[in-house]
Design a protein around this ligand. Structure first.
Ligand SMILES: NC(=O)C1=CN([C@@H]2O[C@H](COP(=O)(O)OP(=O)(O)OC[C@H]3O[C@@H](n4cnc5c(N)ncnc54)[C@H](O)[C@@H]3O)[C@@H](O)[C@H]2O)C=CC1
Ligand SMILES: Nc1nc(O)c(N)c(N[C@@H]2O[C@H](COP(=O)(O)O)[C@@H](O)[C@H]2O)n1
Length: 221
């Protein structure tokens, strides 16, 4: 399995404002790059916080990239994965429509009602007691043939993936704006590290739109 985390951050490292509404940090060229990265992935992964805040569709938008996938013998769209301990994904969420297969990773804490509401719309994967056990959930996804995972956020999920040692690559578009706010989400939130900080090796720096794309490899992976 290969896990790429991709996100857009403001110059001060925020993914969104304290209101947690979606903010277009990327410009056109970066959104096109993200679309290509989705098209080269088996699944696009987000946390339920992102579903509740942004209601993303997580599909490849460029039809020619979808055709390339079909020519390679792949599904037209990559699968979508929501990491959602308690099954809070709304049944009318865009990520549950029929444009692509969707997996919802739950923990044992998800109620029977939440499971029943989701079961017709997504494949359910259960791992972990209170929160989703990401090592077990990702192993289950791998068993379904999902090898190349692209994670789009948000900050809580990204931190947990680094903590679990699951991230191979980090791609950050740093955009030309300052968002600020101590309660605004950053690239890696959660508890934060106090030691054994993940070590990154810089692979590429490129100017893109009016910002910079940074590609980092996670050392030891
Ligand atoms: N600028 C960008 O590229 C992006 C920005 N965002 C922004 O990020 C914000 C949402 O991020 P967050 O609130 O951090 O939510 P998140 O999307 O990281 O989801 C976190 C939730 O996932 C669930 N979860 C289950 N097991 C977990 C585990 N082991 N570790 C972590 N979470 C687990 C929990 O319910 C937790 O509250 C929104 O404001 C959204 O707009 C989201 C994606 C991309
Ligand atoms: N790459 C990127 N740049 C930004 O500036 C953003 N605000 C985001 N947000 C994430 O993009 C996804 C939207 O998906 P759809 O267009 O609905 O398919 C979602 O993951 C947002 O959180 N990303």
């Amino acid at each position: 399995m290969h896990v790429v985390v991709n996100a857009a951050a403001s110059a001060d490292g925020k993914l969104s404002s304290r209101r947690r509404e979606q903010i277009a940090i990327s410009g056109e060229a970066d959104f096109e790059r993200v679309d290509r990265l989705r098209a080269d992935s088996d699944a696009v992964v987000v946390g339920v916080g992102t579903v509740l805040a942004d209601d993303p569709h997580l599909t490849v938008k460029d039809e020619s990239l979808c055709e390339d996938r079909l020519e390679r013998g792949e599904s037209k769209q990559p699968a979508r994965v929501v990491v959602d301990s308690r099954g809070r994904t709304p049944t009318d969420a865009a990520v549950l429509d029929d444009a692509a297969a969707t997996y919802v990773c739950l923990s044992e804490a998800a109620s029977v009602d939440a499971r029943l509401a989701l079961t017709d719309r997504a494949e359910l994967v259960t791992a972990g007691d209170e929160r989703v056990d990401l090592l077990r959930a990702f192993a289950a996804l791998e068993e379904q043939g999902l090898e190349r995972l692209m994670v789009e956020g948000g900050g809580e999920l990204i931190f947990s993936l680094f903590e679990a040692g699951l991230v191979d690559e980090l791609r950050t578009f740093v955009g030309p704006t300052v968002i600020g706010g101590r309660d605004a989400p950053t690239l890696a939130d959660g508890e934060g590290f106090v030691e054994a900080f993940p070590s990154l090796s810089l692979e590429e720096v490129a100017r893109l739109d009016d910002g910079a794309l940074l590609i980092w490899r996670v050392e030891g992976r």
